[in-house]
Ligand binder design. Structure first.
Ligand code: FMN
Length: 281
Protein backbone atom coordinates (compact mmCIF):
# COMPACT_ATOMS: atom_id res chain seq x y z
CA UNK A 1 0.00 0.00 0.00
CA UNK A 2 2.78 2.40 0.93
CA UNK A 3 4.30 1.75 -2.47
CA UNK A 4 2.47 4.85 -3.65
CA UNK A 5 5.50 6.77 -2.36
CA UNK A 6 8.15 4.87 -4.33
CA UNK A 7 8.71 4.15 -8.01
CA UNK A 8 9.35 0.47 -7.21
CA UNK A 9 12.12 -1.90 -6.21
CA UNK A 10 14.31 -1.48 -9.30
CA UNK A 11 16.10 1.39 -10.99
CA UNK A 12 14.10 0.48 -14.10
CA UNK A 13 10.91 1.37 -12.19
CA UNK A 14 12.31 4.86 -11.63
CA UNK A 15 13.16 5.18 -15.35
CA UNK A 16 9.63 4.16 -16.36
CA UNK A 17 8.17 6.62 -13.87
CA UNK A 18 10.46 9.39 -15.14
CA UNK A 19 9.35 8.71 -18.72
CA UNK A 20 5.70 8.84 -17.61
CA UNK A 21 6.22 12.11 -15.70
CA UNK A 22 8.26 13.61 -18.58
CA UNK A 23 5.31 12.88 -20.86
CA UNK A 24 3.13 14.86 -18.42
CA UNK A 25 5.56 17.78 -18.50
CA UNK A 26 7.29 17.08 -15.16
CA UNK A 27 10.90 16.14 -14.41
CA UNK A 28 12.33 13.92 -11.65
CA UNK A 29 15.17 13.47 -9.24
CA UNK A 30 15.95 9.79 -8.75
CA UNK A 31 16.93 8.53 -5.29
CA UNK A 32 18.17 5.08 -4.29
CA UNK A 33 16.58 4.30 -0.92
CA UNK A 34 18.82 3.29 1.97
CA UNK A 35 20.45 5.51 4.58
CA UNK A 36 22.44 5.29 7.84
CA UNK A 37 24.38 2.45 6.29
CA UNK A 38 27.48 1.21 8.15
CA UNK A 39 28.75 -1.24 5.54
CA UNK A 40 31.45 0.08 3.15
CA UNK A 41 30.55 -2.57 0.56
CA UNK A 42 26.96 -1.35 0.55
CA UNK A 43 28.16 2.23 0.08
CA UNK A 44 30.25 1.12 -2.93
CA UNK A 45 27.25 -0.77 -4.33
CA UNK A 46 25.28 2.46 -3.97
CA UNK A 47 27.90 4.33 -6.03
CA UNK A 48 27.66 1.63 -8.73
CA UNK A 49 23.87 1.72 -8.76
CA UNK A 50 23.87 5.52 -9.12
CA UNK A 51 26.30 5.20 -12.05
CA UNK A 52 23.83 2.82 -13.67
CA UNK A 53 21.10 5.42 -13.09
CA UNK A 54 23.25 8.17 -14.65
CA UNK A 55 24.11 5.97 -17.67
CA UNK A 56 20.43 5.20 -18.18
CA UNK A 57 19.28 8.82 -17.85
CA UNK A 58 21.72 9.62 -20.64
CA UNK A 59 20.98 6.59 -22.85
CA UNK A 60 17.22 6.89 -22.51
CA UNK A 61 17.32 10.67 -22.82
CA UNK A 62 15.30 11.09 -19.62
CA UNK A 63 14.70 14.50 -18.05
CA UNK A 64 15.86 13.75 -14.53
CA UNK A 65 18.78 14.05 -12.15
CA UNK A 66 19.85 12.25 -8.97
CA UNK A 67 19.59 12.89 -5.23
CA UNK A 68 22.16 11.28 -2.94
CA UNK A 69 22.61 10.98 0.84
CA UNK A 70 25.93 11.08 2.72
CA UNK A 71 24.89 8.31 5.15
CA UNK A 72 24.03 6.03 2.21
CA UNK A 73 27.47 6.70 0.72
CA UNK A 74 29.66 5.91 3.69
CA UNK A 75 29.42 8.84 6.17
CA UNK A 76 29.06 6.31 9.00
CA UNK A 77 32.20 4.48 7.84
CA UNK A 78 34.35 7.62 7.61
CA UNK A 79 33.90 11.12 6.27
CA UNK A 80 36.93 10.67 3.98
CA UNK A 81 35.39 7.54 2.45
CA UNK A 82 32.08 9.35 1.99
CA UNK A 83 33.78 12.36 0.39
CA UNK A 84 35.60 10.07 -2.05
CA UNK A 85 32.36 8.34 -3.02
CA UNK A 86 30.37 11.55 -3.45
CA UNK A 87 33.19 13.23 -5.40
CA UNK A 88 33.42 10.22 -7.72
CA UNK A 89 29.67 10.36 -8.38
CA UNK A 90 29.51 14.12 -8.93
CA UNK A 91 32.43 13.90 -11.40
CA UNK A 92 30.78 11.01 -13.23
CA UNK A 93 27.48 12.90 -13.44
CA UNK A 94 29.15 16.17 -14.41
CA UNK A 95 30.83 14.47 -17.40
CA UNK A 96 27.35 13.47 -18.54
CA UNK A 97 26.00 16.93 -17.80
CA UNK A 98 23.61 15.58 -15.15
CA UNK A 99 23.01 17.49 -11.93
CA UNK A 100 23.47 15.94 -8.47
CA UNK A 101 21.53 17.04 -5.41
CA UNK A 102 23.19 16.23 -2.09
CA UNK A 103 20.24 15.73 0.28
CA UNK A 104 20.45 17.19 3.78
CA UNK A 105 20.23 14.71 6.63
CA UNK A 106 20.16 15.40 10.37
CA UNK A 107 22.27 18.00 12.17
CA UNK A 108 25.50 15.98 12.70
CA UNK A 109 25.93 16.17 8.90
CA UNK A 110 24.93 19.78 8.22
CA UNK A 111 28.42 21.35 8.26
CA UNK A 112 29.91 18.43 6.38
CA UNK A 113 27.27 18.55 3.64
CA UNK A 114 27.49 22.30 3.10
CA UNK A 115 31.31 22.26 3.04
CA UNK A 116 31.42 19.37 0.59
CA UNK A 117 28.83 21.01 -1.66
CA UNK A 118 30.80 24.28 -1.75
CA UNK A 119 34.06 22.44 -2.48
CA UNK A 120 32.55 20.45 -5.37
CA UNK A 121 30.72 23.52 -6.67
CA UNK A 122 34.04 25.42 -6.78
CA UNK A 123 35.77 22.55 -8.61
CA UNK A 124 32.90 21.80 -10.99
CA UNK A 125 30.57 24.83 -11.18
CA UNK A 126 26.96 23.89 -11.73
CA UNK A 127 27.54 20.19 -11.07
CA UNK A 128 25.66 19.91 -7.82
CA UNK A 129 23.53 21.55 -5.18
CA UNK A 130 22.43 20.83 -1.65
CA UNK A 131 19.41 21.23 0.60
CA UNK A 132 18.66 23.74 3.34
CA UNK A 133 15.99 23.08 5.97
CA UNK A 134 13.94 25.99 7.29
CA UNK A 135 13.41 24.28 10.67
CA UNK A 136 17.07 24.88 11.50
CA UNK A 137 17.94 27.98 13.53
CA UNK A 138 21.22 28.34 11.58
CA UNK A 139 19.55 28.43 8.16
CA UNK A 140 19.80 32.14 7.30
CA UNK A 141 23.48 32.21 8.33
CA UNK A 142 24.15 29.14 6.20
CA UNK A 143 22.47 30.74 3.21
CA UNK A 144 24.46 33.95 3.57
CA UNK A 145 27.65 31.89 3.67
CA UNK A 146 26.64 29.75 0.69
CA UNK A 147 25.49 32.63 -1.51
CA UNK A 148 28.61 34.65 -0.77
CA UNK A 149 30.89 31.65 -1.54
CA UNK A 150 29.23 30.16 -4.63
CA UNK A 151 28.82 32.33 -7.70
CA UNK A 152 25.62 30.46 -8.62
CA UNK A 153 24.20 28.62 -5.63
CA UNK A 154 21.67 25.84 -6.27
CA UNK A 155 19.59 25.12 -3.20
CA UNK A 156 16.57 22.95 -2.52
CA UNK A 157 14.66 24.66 0.27
CA UNK A 158 12.42 22.48 2.47
CA UNK A 159 11.19 22.43 6.07
CA UNK A 160 13.38 19.52 7.20
CA UNK A 161 12.16 16.07 8.07
CA UNK A 162 14.41 14.99 10.95
CA UNK A 163 13.53 15.33 14.62
CA UNK A 164 16.04 17.85 15.94
CA UNK A 165 16.60 19.24 19.47
CA UNK A 166 15.07 22.65 20.25
CA UNK A 167 18.41 24.41 20.61
CA UNK A 168 19.13 23.44 16.99
CA UNK A 169 15.71 23.66 15.34
CA UNK A 170 12.45 25.56 15.63
CA UNK A 171 9.71 23.26 16.89
CA UNK A 172 6.64 25.32 15.95
CA UNK A 173 4.96 25.11 12.56
CA UNK A 174 4.65 28.88 12.29
CA UNK A 175 8.30 29.60 13.00
CA UNK A 176 9.36 27.00 10.44
CA UNK A 177 7.05 28.59 7.85
CA UNK A 178 8.31 32.10 8.60
CA UNK A 179 11.92 30.98 8.36
CA UNK A 180 11.13 29.28 5.05
CA UNK A 181 9.82 32.55 3.62
CA UNK A 182 12.80 34.58 4.89
CA UNK A 183 15.16 31.97 3.46
CA UNK A 184 13.41 31.99 0.09
CA UNK A 185 13.46 35.80 -0.07
CA UNK A 186 17.18 35.81 0.72
CA UNK A 187 17.94 33.14 -1.89
CA UNK A 188 16.00 34.98 -4.60
CA UNK A 189 17.67 38.29 -3.72
CA UNK A 190 21.08 36.59 -4.13
CA UNK A 191 20.05 35.15 -7.52
CA UNK A 192 20.37 31.55 -6.38
CA UNK A 193 18.54 28.79 -8.27
CA UNK A 194 15.98 27.40 -5.82
CA UNK A 195 14.08 24.13 -5.75
CA UNK A 196 11.01 25.13 -3.72
CA UNK A 197 10.29 21.78 -2.06
CA UNK A 198 7.00 21.84 -0.20
CA UNK A 199 3.37 20.72 -0.41
CA UNK A 200 2.24 23.39 2.05
CA UNK A 201 -0.24 25.87 0.53
CA UNK A 202 0.90 28.65 2.85
CA UNK A 203 4.46 28.32 1.54
CA UNK A 204 3.44 27.83 -2.09
CA UNK A 205 1.29 30.97 -1.98
CA UNK A 206 4.13 32.83 -0.27
CA UNK A 207 6.49 31.61 -2.99
CA UNK A 208 4.12 32.94 -5.70
CA UNK A 209 4.33 36.40 -4.08
CA UNK A 210 8.12 36.27 -3.98
CA UNK A 211 8.35 35.09 -7.58
CA UNK A 212 6.44 38.23 -8.52
CA UNK A 213 8.40 40.50 -6.19
CA UNK A 214 11.72 39.33 -7.67
CA UNK A 215 10.32 39.19 -11.18
CA UNK A 216 11.65 35.69 -11.77
CA UNK A 217 11.43 33.82 -15.06
CA UNK A 218 10.43 30.15 -15.28
CA UNK A 219 14.06 29.07 -15.84
CA UNK A 220 15.19 30.65 -12.57
CA UNK A 221 13.50 28.31 -10.03
CA UNK A 222 11.52 25.10 -9.80
CA UNK A 223 8.93 23.55 -7.53
CA UNK A 224 9.65 20.10 -6.11
CA UNK A 225 7.28 17.53 -4.63
CA UNK A 226 7.45 14.01 -3.28
CA UNK A 227 5.97 11.14 -5.26
CA UNK A 228 2.53 10.15 -4.00
CA UNK A 229 1.82 13.41 -2.15
CA UNK A 230 -0.82 15.91 -3.40
CA UNK A 231 -0.80 14.97 -7.06
CA UNK A 232 -3.63 17.46 -7.74
CA UNK A 233 -1.28 20.26 -6.64
CA UNK A 234 1.37 18.87 -8.97
CA UNK A 235 -1.06 19.15 -11.89
CA UNK A 236 -1.96 22.72 -10.96
CA UNK A 237 1.67 23.84 -10.81
CA UNK A 238 2.33 22.24 -14.19
CA UNK A 239 -0.76 23.80 -15.73
CA UNK A 240 0.44 27.19 -14.52
CA UNK A 241 3.68 26.66 -16.40
CA UNK A 242 6.14 26.14 -13.53
CA UNK A 243 8.95 23.59 -13.70
CA UNK A 244 7.95 20.74 -11.39
CA UNK A 245 10.38 18.08 -10.21
CA UNK A 246 9.12 14.92 -8.53
CA UNK A 247 11.35 13.11 -6.02
CA UNK A 248 11.35 9.53 -7.30
CA UNK A 249 12.81 7.01 -4.84
CA UNK A 250 13.37 3.37 -5.71
CA UNK A 251 14.89 0.34 -4.02
CA UNK A 252 14.17 -2.46 -1.62
CA UNK A 253 14.49 -0.21 1.45
CA UNK A 254 11.12 1.40 0.82
CA UNK A 255 9.38 0.55 4.09
CA UNK A 256 11.07 3.07 6.47
CA UNK A 257 10.79 5.81 3.83
CA UNK A 258 7.08 5.13 3.34
CA UNK A 259 6.40 5.01 7.07
CA UNK A 260 7.96 8.48 7.36
CA UNK A 261 5.66 9.76 4.63
CA UNK A 262 2.61 8.30 6.41
CA UNK A 263 3.62 9.77 9.78
CA UNK A 264 3.97 13.15 8.12
CA UNK A 265 0.56 13.07 6.61
CA UNK A 266 -2.10 11.63 8.94
CA UNK A 267 -4.86 12.67 6.54
CA UNK A 268 -4.00 9.87 4.16
CA UNK A 269 -3.31 7.20 6.77
CA UNK A 270 -6.96 6.21 6.70
CA UNK A 271 -6.92 5.46 3.00
CA UNK A 272 -3.52 3.79 3.29
CA UNK A 273 -4.80 1.44 5.99
CA UNK A 274 -7.81 0.74 3.85
CA UNK A 275 -5.45 -0.05 0.98
CA UNK A 276 -3.48 -2.36 3.21
CA UNK A 277 -6.57 -4.21 4.38
CA UNK A 278 -7.90 -4.59 0.90
CA UNK A 279 -4.60 -5.38 -0.77
CA UNK A 280 -4.66 -2.03 -2.56
CA UNK A 281 -7.79 -2.81 -4.54
N1 FMN B 1 13.76 16.93 4.12
C1 FMN B 1 15.03 16.91 4.59
O1 FMN B 1 15.25 17.01 5.79
N2 FMN B 1 16.08 16.75 3.73
C2 FMN B 1 15.91 16.65 2.37
O2 FMN B 1 16.90 16.53 1.65
C3 FMN B 1 14.58 16.69 1.87
N3 FMN B 1 14.35 16.59 0.54
C4 FMN B 1 13.06 16.80 0.07
C5 FMN B 1 12.83 16.83 -1.30
C6 FMN B 1 11.56 17.13 -1.80
C7 FMN B 1 11.33 17.18 -3.27
C8 FMN B 1 10.50 17.42 -0.89
C9 FMN B 1 9.15 17.82 -1.38
C10 FMN B 1 10.72 17.33 0.47
C11 FMN B 1 11.98 17.01 0.96
N4 FMN B 1 12.22 16.91 2.33
C12 FMN B 1 13.52 16.84 2.80
C13 FMN B 1 11.07 16.81 3.27
C14 FMN B 1 10.63 18.15 3.81
O3 FMN B 1 11.62 18.65 4.66
C15 FMN B 1 9.30 18.04 4.58
O4 FMN B 1 9.47 17.15 5.66
C16 FMN B 1 8.12 17.55 3.77
O5 FMN B 1 8.12 18.09 2.47
C17 FMN B 1 6.80 17.95 4.44
O6 FMN B 1 6.70 19.36 4.53
P1 FMN B 1 5.69 20.26 3.63
O7 FMN B 1 4.45 20.40 4.43
O8 FMN B 1 6.40 21.57 3.46
O9 FMN B 1 5.51 19.55 2.35
Amino acid sequence: FAKRYVAGGLAEDAFLLTRELNDMGAVTTIDLLGEFNEDPAKARATVDMYKHVLDSIKEQNLDGNISIKPTALGALVSMEFCTENITELVKYAHEKNIFVRIDMENNPYTDYTIDLYLKLDAEMPGSCGTVIQSCMRRTLDDLKHITSTSSKANIRLCKGIYKEPSDVAFQGRKEVQENFMSALDLLFSKKAYVGIATHDDVLINGAYDLLKKHNLKKEEYEFQMLLGVRSELRKRLLAEGHTLRVYAPFGEDWIPYSIRRLQENPAIVGSAIKGFLTGGR
